[in-house]
Design a protein around this ligand. Sequence first.
Ligand SMILES: Nc1nc2c(ncn2[C@@H]2O[C@H](COP(=O)(O)OP(=O)(O)OP(=O)(O)O)[C@@H](O)[C@H]2O)c(=O)[nH]1
Ligand SMILES: [Mg+2]
Length: 172
Amino acid sequence: MFYSTYFLILKKTRGHCPILDLRFLNKNKMYTLLSGLYKYMFQKDEYCILILGLDNAGKTTFLEQTKIHFNRNYKGMSLSKITSTVGLNIGAIDLGKVRLMFWDLGGQEELQSLWDKYYAESHGVIYVIDSTDEERLSESKKAFEKMITSDVLDGVPILVLANKQDVEKRLE
Ligand SMILES: Nc1nc2c(ncn2[C@@H]2O[C@H](COP(=O)(O)OP(=O)(O)OP(=O)(O)O)[C@@H](O)[C@H]2O)c(=O)[nH]1
Ligand SMILES: [Mg+2]
C-alpha cells in the first residue's frame, strides 16, 4: 500500500517514471519519505486544552467522564477512586481528524503557581467551578482573574464550567 501511494506522489511531483527514481533513493531517504507520507495521511491535528480550577472543583472527574463518553473502548476508572491531583493528568479524545489533549492540573493553592507554565502550549482552557461551594466562590474568582490577566492566554478561548449541577443545593 505504501509503495503504490509512493509511486503516485512521485508521478505527481517529478513527472517521470517512478521506478527509476526508486533505484536512486537510499534507505534513509526512503524512510523519511514514507514516514512523512504516513504522517500526512494518518496523523491528527492535536490541540491542548487545560482544565483548571480550585481543588475539589471536579476537574479530574470531568476529564474521566469525558474520556468515557468519547472513547468507545475506554472503560474508565471508578469515579469514587479519584483522589486529589498532585501534578497533572493527561487524557486524549479523538474527534474525526482532531485529537484533543486535555491537561488536568492540580488545583490546590500551592499547585496553582504551576498553571502558567502550561499556558503557552494551550489552545483552550476549561475553568471548572464547584457550584455547590459558595464559601470558596471568591477564592475561585481570584484564581480565575489571575489566570485571565496572563498575556500568554491572549486570544485563547476559555470555557467556564459550573460543575456539580446534579446537587440540589447548587448555585445557578
Ligand atoms: N455531585 C457531584 N460530585 C462531583 C462532580 N464532579 C466531581 N465531584 C466530586 O468532587 C470531588 C472532587 O473531584 P475531583 O475530580 O477530584 O476534583 P479536582 O478538581 O480534580 O481536584 P484537585 O485534583 O484537587 O484539583 C470528588 O469527591 C468527586 O466525586 C459532579 O459533577 N457532581
Ligand atoms: Mg484532580
